[in-house]
Ligand binder design. Structure first.
Ligand SMILES: [Mg+2]
Length: 441
């Protein structure tokens, strides 16, 4: 049954709704709508000037309407007056095809037509910094190998526990929190779910973590590599695919009717889905690693802690974290490529797009490599290296016609246009490195 937002407001004491959509760069944009006006907005959507939306629209376009999806509504646990609701972008009665949540909805529907429901869990890592972003928030967090540091995680207990309490309250089933591998870095985990739910939660988690950090006088960042020499912010995705009929059969774990599983507990369909991810890896990096800074995390030299925990080559294996894909147990796999800058909706969309293509073409993921990639990666000569920078990734994406089509022509054209403009803006920026290394040439 559709949730009536006006009744929701009355029932919960909500005064304002934040009608929120996610732009092509992963930024969340919203209008604050008083509860008195929400009934009309639920029907027609909140209006935004197209040119300002970061969806590749011009000043001449009519209003872009963000129509709330009431199933996504969340009363802010830290500010009960306000409720956040994810919106789908519409224009003149039609979906805006390049809008990230629409791209994901389209791919979820395609999977459903094949009888498949993709479920994912994500691990969104973040740093807690000083408000101006220049330093770690905790000056005592200096250990060379700080992962799981008990003392350091307790120094930020007030922030971490507050966020975890909210996740408990919202019913996300959070189950663990820790200090991660970089100084000042944390990770919090909650249950996997259907791709759209995970994307909405991922978006809300970023908003919530930044808001709670600000409340405590800190700044939370999901930037892929905010501090040189330290481990970066990953956003690993754990993927499984279920049948839509009963919703109870993990089709990655068992082949239809046979009850048997293949290599490392992956069914034929699971293997083909993985094959799609492997086949499109260099191109999908344009989505999973979307910023200039992303490429300082993958392909990075060894960090102070001893490992980057990020891949540099398109390889897969069993329970071994040095590869792009890890199969930690039967019926699922972990994609370790995405980083903290990834657009929550496009992350899920690109996984489904590449995976479904893998199933349709019965893609072979190639041989698994049971080696320590950080120590012996140089021995692998026949696997592609991941793109070295954002421009490389955009070029791979542009060349990958089947992936571009699967994500949608309008989306792919808009994304490439805005991202190329971003790359060009970066290239016109003068760096101190250039002066230091070129002044006396
Ligand atoms: Mg982690």
């Amino acid at each position: 049954m559709t949730i009536d937002l006006a009744a929701f407001a009355k029932d919960k004491g909500v005064k304002y709704f934040m009608i929120s959509y996610t732009d092509l760069f992963g930024g969340q944009r919203a209008k604050l709508v008083p509860a008195q006006a929400i009934a009309g907005m639920q029907e027609d959507g909140a209006g935004f000037a197209g040119f300002a939306t970061y969806l590749d629209l011009t000043p001449a376009h009519p209003d872009m309407l963000a129509v709330p999806d009431p199933s996504s509504v969340i009363q802010l646990p830290w500010k009960k007056d306000v409720a956040w609701v994810a919106a789908n972008c519409m224009m003149e009665g039609k979906t805006v095809d390049q809008a990230p949540r629409n791209v994901l909805n389209k791919l979820v529907a395609e999977a459903a037509e094949m009888g498949l429901n993709v479920k994912t869990g994500i691990e969104a890592e973040f740093f807690l910094l000083t408000p101006d972003g220049s330093q770690l928030s905790d000056e005592y967090d200096t250990a060379g190998k700080p992962c799981y540091d008990q003392q350091a995680v307790m120094r930020r207990y007030d922030v971490i526990a507050e966020i975890c309490d909210y996740m408990l309250e919202m019913g996300w089933n959070p189950y663990q929190n820790d200090h991660e591998d970089a100084n000042g870095q944390f990770e919090m985990n909650w249950d996997f779910a259907d791709a759209v739910i995970t994307a909405d939660r991922h978006s809300f988690f970023k908003f919530m973590t930044k808001s709670v950090a600000e409340k405590h006088g800190f700044r939370a960042t999901f930037m892929p590599k905010p501090i040189e020499g330290l481990t970066g912010n990953g956003c690993h995705a754990h993927i499984s695919v279920w049948d839509t009929k009963t919703g109870e059969t993990n089709v990655f774990a068992t082949d239809k009717g046979t009850g048997e599983t293949g290599e490392l507990g992956l069914s034929d369909q699971g293997r083909a889905f993985l094959g799609g991810i492997m086949k499109h890896a260099s191109a999908l990096a344009a989505i999973t690693n979307p910023t200039v800074n992303s490429y300082k995390r993958i392909n990075a030299p060894r960090t102070i802690s001893g490992a980057t925990w990020a891949p540099n080559t398109v390889t897969w294996t069993g329970n071994n974290r040095t590869h792009m894909v890890r199969v930690p147990g039967p019926g699922r796999f972990e994609l370790r490529l995405p980083d903290g800058a990834v657009n929550p909706y496009l992350l899920q969309a690109i996984i489904i797009a590449a995976g479904l293509d893998g199933i349709r073409t019965n893609a072979d993921p190639g041989p698994r490599r049971d080696i320590d990639m950080y120590a012996e990666g140089h021995k692998i000569k026949d696997a592609p290296k991941l793109p070295l920078n954002m421009l490389d990734a955009l070029r791979f994406y542009d060349k990958d016609t089947s992936l571009k089509t699967a994500m949608g022509e309008e989306f792919s054209a808009a994304y490439l246009k805005l991202k190329r403009a971003e790359w060009n803006a970066f290239c016109t920026h003068f760096t101190t490195w250039e002066k230091e290394n070129t002044l006396d040439i």
